[in-house]
Design a protein around this ligand. Structure first.
Ligand SMILES: [Mg+2]
Length: 313
């Protein structure tokens, strides 16, 4: 039996899905988008699961597991420039578990939910034959004309990324803060073309944007904001990726990747520095007519052939 990749499996499952006139954007973006008749507003829906051994190990602190389980779908609401409202939590628990550990998982989740005014509105518990599974479904909203999709990148747009890239698995993936406030600010003040949150790695997620937008991109390798963790890993570990390769392909950065018309690039950088002085924003290239991703550095230009992180093997 040949096992499909994550993306082949999704394509297979999404064939001929039932629809409803309220559904504006189905599978293939960071959230589903629905128009349920609320004047001026659209609903956003998202579900996401973390599984012991895949998304966290037994060494992770319980608070971090709860935080990460909610932060991941919140990051997808951010990628639509939306505001999260409420969550439902499904817990799969081994037959033997420590209720005190679960209290700490919930403490991590609840603290993040409170910071973003997200109600935990219900849930379900079940037994898991393996390790712990924590699945969270989120509902959110966005103003009708401000929802940021993956399909909005146009040739000539400038390409931006928040924060720093690479080396997330050294720790950041358990502690990251979803960029909700930043994304809403962007959509309010600038013409965001396409936006996505980085979960599969810059190269893989940029490809998602380019496929949805039917465009290409040119990346300036020297401008990539490489994280300290990625630089340290390259220095200390034999056979580790170069820092630039880590920034391109490491998963779970959970930063925002987005485009704006090039005329807004400089005003955006100026306004960002005043609004979010503690978070880096970097212009890393531009959208082209394509196809594909071209890398530019001092030695010239080449085509990107590295792949993003694949979540299951
Ligand atoms: Mg996403």
């Amino acid at each position: 039996m040949i096992k499909p990749t994550e993306f082949e499996l999704i394509a297979r499952l999404c064939k001929d899905l039932p629809v409803n006139p309220a559904l504006l954007v189905g599978p293939g973006d960071d959230c589903a988008v629905l128009d349920v008749g609320i004047p001026g507003e659209l609903l956003l829906l998202k579900t996401d699961a973390v599984v012991e051994g895949v998304h966290f190990t037994a060494q992770a602190m319980p608070e971090q597991i709860g935080h990460k389980a909610l932060a991941r779908p919140l990051s997808d609401i951010a990628a639509m420039a939306g505001t999260p409202t409420a969550a439902l939590v499904t817990l799969g628990l081994p037959r033997e578990f420590d209720p005190g550990v679960l209290d700490r998982v919930y403490a991590g989740m609840n603290a993040l939910a409170r910071r973003h005014q997200v109600a935990i509105a219900g849930g379900e518990t079940t037994t898991s034959p393996g390790g712990m599974l924590l699945s969270i479904s989120l509902i959110g909203k966005a103003p009708k004309n401000k929802v940021a999709l993956r399909s909005g990148a146009r040739a000539g747009h400038a390409l931006f990324v928040t924060g720093e890239l690479g080396g997330s698995l050294a720790g950041k993936h358990l502690d990251f803060e979803p960029r909700l406030e930043e994304a809403r600010w962007l959509a309010r003040h600038f013409e965001v073309g396409a936006m996505i949150d980085l979960s599969d790695g810059l190269a893989g997620d940029l490809r998602h944007v380019l496929n949805a937008s039917k465009a290409g991109a040119e990346l300036l390798l020297t401008s990539l904001p490489v994280s300290r963790a990625a630089k340290l890993a390259a220095r200390n570990r034999v056979g580790a990726k170069t820092p630039v390769a880590a920034a391109l392909t490491d998963g779970e950065d959970f930063e925002l990747l987005f485009t704006v018309p090039s005329s807004q690039a400089v005003p955006l950088l100026d306004a960002w520095k005043k609004e979010f002085s503690k978070l880096r924003l970097t212009c890393i290239g531009r959208i082209t007519t394509g196809p594909g991703i071209v890398l530019r550095d001092k030695s010239g230009v080449r085509t990107l052939n590295e792949h993003g992180y694949v979540h299951f093997k």
